[in-house]
Write a protein that binds this ligand. Structure first.
Ligand code: PMP
Length: 358
């Protein structure tokens, strides 16, 4: 008897064992108020008139790189662009981690793709949970650094919304002492630019910063992100990046978004988003089902609810889709709410207000 073909049996062992990242889109839902992916709630308007789609694009389009470098305050040779910050997370593993040998470290509760990317490539993971207020456990990090090549720190952290203390980040560079790359994921930094460590690139050759156009630039559908680092590290990444990581339409739209007018509009969006966040927090704090609203410097808030299941399900049934964080370490009864338009925030408040305490 011939053995039937099984794709799963053929897959690499760690891929067979892998639990894929459940993105908001994969989780589905049937809503009209989407507050589960930390997207910007309104679509920006861009012109795209490229007539040369028969040609391959530039690998690293000069307009995009130069404008991003100017925006971030670094030199163009310190920037590499790709298909979102998610691609950067993976690119670093591909370039720097010897499978089965070098480890990555991260500090949960945090963004899920550090783990999924490491697992995909068979890279061991050292997991050092955060302490109170989701700050780094520096002693435990120091004690577990052996074999670590990449240390991912999400700053401000997703899903908790807090920045990491500056003195702790400084101390991290001391204890790592150039033995690993420290990757600071600044996906949400536009919502709190005062916390960016981009100016530290001058001091630390092992600092890598991840950025994206998916959040404050309102371009999650574009799939465009950036890695900032030393020219040496960028050169290594250039060896393993795909030949054409940005399609021509992506490059054309990213270049427009990074013009001074585009950056100005982004800053206005951030201000509006922060006002809505304040209003949402003020109103939620008056509701009896709200237990704790954790302080956030981002375009989302993490909230611990009494009867979180009822809150999540009722809003889901009303077409208001939040992100369930209850399975993450230390986040019992916590839901993450992306800051939507003012009208969307008011829908959330009204929907929770109608749920009576039993
Ligand atoms: N890092 C963090 C902390 C994120 O929340 C996200 C988006 N969910 C990413 C990286 C990936 O962003 P991108 O859309 O640029 O791939």
């Amino acid at each position: 008897m011939n053995k039937p073909f099984s794709a799963m049996d053929m897959a690499r062992e760690n891929v067979q064992l892998l639990t894929p990242y459940m993105s908001a889109r994969r989780l589905g839902g049937n809503g009209d108020v989407w507050l589960n992916a930390n997207e910007y709630p309104q679509a920006p308007d861009f012109a795209f008139t490229d007539r040369n789609l028969n040609r391959y694009p530039e690998c690293q389009p000069a307009d995009v790189i130069n404008r991003y470098a100017a925006y971030a305050g670094v030199n163009p040779d310190q920037v590499i662009a790709g298909r979102g910050a998610d691609e950067s997370i993976e690119l670093l593993i591909r370039a720097f981690c010897e499978p089965g040998q070098d480890a990555v470290m991260y500090c949960p509760p945090t963004y899920g793709m550090y783990s999924v990317s490491a697992e995909t490539f068979g890279i061991p993971q050292k997991i050092v949970p955060t302490l109170d207020g989701w700050q780094l456990d520096l002693d435990s990090i120091a004690a577990n650094l052996h074999g670590v090549k990449l240390l991912y720190v999400c700053h401000p952290n997703n899903p908790t919304g807090n920045p990491v203390r500056e003195q702790d980040l400084r101390y991290l560079f001391e204890i790592v002492n150039n033995r690993a790359l420290i990757v600071i994921d600044e996906a949400y930094i536009e919502f709190c630019p005062q916390f960016s460590v981009a100016s530290w690139l001058k001091e630390y050759p092992n600092l890598v910063i991840l950025r994206t156009l998916s959040k404050a630039f309102a371009l999650a559908g574009l799939r465009c992100g950036f890695t900032l680092s030393s020219p040496e590290i960028i050169n290594v990444l250039m060896k393993v990046i795909a030949p054409y990581p940005l399609s021509s339409p992506v490059a054309a739209i990213a270049a427009q978004a990074l013009l001074p007018e585009g950056i100005e509009v982004m800053r206005e969006r951030v201000a509006e988003n922060c006002r809505n966040r304040q209003m949402l927090c003020d109103e939620l704090s008056k509701l009896p089902l709200t237990e704790t609203i954790f302080p956030s410097e981002t375009n989302y808030i993490l909230v611990r609810f009494r009867e979180s299941e009822r809150v999540f399900r009722s809003l889901w049934n009303d077409g208001i889709i939040l992100r369930d964080q209850r399975r993450q370490r230390g986040l019992d009864d916590c839901l993450r709410i992306t800051i939507g338009t003012r009208a969307e925030c008011l829908r959330v408040i009204a929907a929770i207000a109608t749920l009576k305490m039993p």
